[in-house]
Design a protein around this ligand. Structure first.
Ligand code: ADP
Length: 402
């Protein structure tokens, strides 16, 4: 059987097709600029001889329904999916499940309503997901759609971790609390890390750091999330590519009162113009690294602020967990930047965190690996994330086929 994973946004749909027998990814791609005069379709697939092939076209894609039609046509024409009946499930990435979901669910009308109910909490994401889910259900009524939520893994947090210290009615009436995101990634790398440690996940305490364009940390006790750095939205926490992460809320008041910015302008400033981009004008860590090596001071400062924030979270989560078996790095920066890993772990030997420079800097190293010195009690692991695979496997489990 095969499982199709869809990540449907407001104007694009990313997809990946897996073969469930060996979980090989046999095709992936995206349709972009849905609703614009000129859309784009990119498709990559595994050929029978094991090589990769790709096509790219521009054409108008007026609606999400036509977007999914295009995806199915690409999958069929490339031989990746002869017929939709080969699909055991369609796994949909859903950013926000609010308080409703702590695990993946087969989508029915009630689930659609529950996802719609939390649109105010994720206005940029959930409407696009709903569009993809509704079209998939209409086009393929015999294939179960499974919603997999970025927030689900964090639902084990206690109120002490998820409540903000603000008036209670904002929580009870407006559901303003911390939810956390990137849960599918934190859960995936935690499971893989447990395998590397040779222990059941339920016996592992870990701090997982997902460092990509978006970035978040999670504290995991006995396999369950007890804290995470993102909050009501993915804006809270670590320094990100274009998001500020933690900030004194009075900065917003200052922006309103003294600079006359309105809510949309503040939203844009903190989500799209801040973070690494705000500090040094660039949001790509590779480029920032290059600039810093040339002595560019804003680039060096951007790295410094990022590392300072990371250390704060590592320390806070260590204190929360008491005992830590592994510190796990993932995401584009976590997997590839030896420098960020080394600086985030620098000076933490009293906590049992000690990097092995040779292992950390090995340029040919790929895949899951340990980069800590034997003397360090805490294993520092690099685990490439694979959210699509996790969604596919959770979808398969939800339909009872795994
Ligand atoms: P997204 O959150 O969009 O999925 P990724 O997980 O792909 O993002 O991470 C993107 C980030 O990873 C970018 O800042 C990019 O510069 C960084 N990155 C990728 N490769 C390297 C590298 N070799 N060294 C440093 N940073 C890297």
């Amino acid at each position: 059987m095969k499982v199709l994973v869809l990540n449907s946004g407001s104007s694009s749909i990313k997809y990946q097709l897996f073969r469930s027998e060996d979980w090989e990814s046999i095709a992936n791609g995206m349709v972009a600029r849905i609703g614009e005069p000129e859309g784009e379709v990119k498709h990559n697939w595994l050929t029978p001889d094991g090589s990769q092939d790709a096509t790219q076209e521009t054409r108008a894609i007026p609606t999400h329904a036509q977007g999914i039609d295009n995806i199915v046509a690409c999958l069929r024409d490339s031989g990746a999916l002869a017929d939709v009946s080969e699909l055991a499930a369609i796994g949909h990435r859903v950013v926000h499940g609010g308080p409703h979901f702590n695990k993946p669910v087969i989508v029915d009308d009630a689930v659609v309503e529950a996802i719609r109910d939390v649109v105010p909490l994720a206005p940029l994401h959930n409407p696009g997901h709903l569009a993809g889910i509704e079209v998939a259900r209409q086009l393929f009524p015999k294939v179960p759609s499974v919603a997999v939520f970025d927030t689900a893994f964090h639902q084990t947090m206690a109120p002490t971790a998820y409540r903000y210290a603000i008036p209670e009615h904002l929580y009870t009436e407006h559901r303003i609390r911390r939810y956390g995101f990137h849960g599918t990634s934190h859960f995936y790398v935690a499971k893989r890390a447990a395998t590397v440690l040779g222990k059941p996940l339920s016996q592992c305490n870990m701090i997982t750091l997902h460092l990509g364009n978006g970035a978040s940390a999670a504290a995991i006790r006995a396999g369950a999330c007890v804290d995470t750095s993102m909050g009501l939205t993915p804006l809270e926490g670590l320094v990100m590519g274009t998001r500020s992460g933690d900030i004194d809320p009075a900065v917003l008041i200052f922006l309103w009162k003294n600079l006359g910015l309105d809510a949309d302008q503040v939203d844009r400033l903190l989500n799209r113009e801040s973070g690494l981009l705000g500090i040094c004008g660039v949001n790509d860590m590779r480029e920032i690294d290059r600039l810093a090596a040339e002595g560019n001071e804003p680039a060096e400062l951007a790295i410094g602020v990022t590392v300072h924030r990371l250390k704060k979270y590592i320390g806070a989560y260590y204190a929360e967990l008491g005992r830590v078996d592994a510190l796990v790095f993932t995401g584009g920066i976590g997997e590839n930047s030896a420098k960020i890993r080394a600086r985030a772990c620098g000076g933490l030997q009293r906590l049992g965190i000690l990097i092995d420079d040779a292992a950390n800097e090995a340029t040919d190293a790929r895949g899951e690996r340990c980069v800590s010195a034997d003397a360090g009690e805490v294993k520092v692991l690099v685990i490439p994330t694979n959210e699509e695979l996790e969604i596919a496997q959770q979808a398969m489990t939800a339909v009872g086929l795994q």
